[in-house]
Design a protein. Structure first.
Length: 237
């Protein structure tokens, strides 16, 4: 039995609450169990300088964790002068995941920045952030269309993410902190609504995992992401 008493293929309760930030063009509070991430999408009328003259826009993300999102207070990264390597890696992952399902030419030479702030961390913060960021981005584009800033929705597909791993010798989905900290294998899967794989991040802790185990984790992830996409569809309906 898992520490959380869940079945191997059972995810934590997931919620997606839209419109939680008054001033953002799009926003979503996403929860995966006890993990809570606030996602806010902001429109910037100018895109990156290196895209000037191309007619192409950009979608990017920033990620941060509040000091008491964890069991013990962590120092604000702004006081360290720069984001940590982990933070940079996660925010780049979120940006890549969103861009994989967006027609950047349909944005025009503008930029959308999605801020993902972890309010409470209990494992899976990056996967929750990607799942909630898609909803915030969708609402930002809907806001732009309602004001004739763009004529078509640039989003081509859904994208969501979930963690899978091997804990106590068994493949499991959506690891919380208790499982993640003791897992033999930990992997994050970013998958589109049509089943396309955007990114796979997998790490063995000690014993290497086999190709068969990786395929098993991918199968679990596809089932989990399909459920997350259904929840996204319900949220934006």
């Amino acid at each position: 039995m898992r520490p959380s008493k869940r079945a191997p293929d059972e995810m934590r309760p997931v919620t997606l609450e839209r419109g939680v930030v008054r001033y953002a063009e799009g926003s979503c509070m996403v929860t995966f169990g006890e993990t809570k991430v606030l996602c806010a999408a902001s429109l910037e009328e100018r895109g990156p300088g290196w895209l000037r003259g191309t007619g192409k826009g950009w979608v990017t993300a920033e990620y941060a964790m509040l000091p008491r999102a964890t069991h013990e207070r962590t120092r604000r990264e702004v006081n360290a002068g720069k984001p940590s390597g982990r933070t940079q890696e996660i925010q780049r992952l979120i940006g890549r995941s969103l861009r994989a399902v967006v027609d950047l030419h349909a944005i025009g030479e503008r930029q959308i920045v999605v801020d993902c702030d972890v309010i409470q961390a209990d494992g899976g913060t990056r996967t929750a952030a990607i799942t909630g960021a898609w909803v915030a981005l969708h609402d930002c584009f809907r806001w732009m269309m309602s004001r004739s800033i763009i004529s078509v929705n640039p989003i081509r597909d859904h994208v969501a993410a979930v963690s899978c791993g091997i804990h106590a010798g068994r493949p499991v989905i959506d690891l919380d902190y208790a499982e993640d900290s003791a897992a033999e294998t930990d992997a994050n899967f970013v998958i589109t609504g049509k089943g396309g794989i955007v990114e796979v991040q997998g790490t063995a802790e000690g014993k290497p995992f086999s190709e068969e185990e990786l395929i098993g984790l991918l199968h679990l992830a596809k089932v989990g992401v399909a459920r997350l996409v259904d929840l996204q569809k319900q949220a934006i309906a």
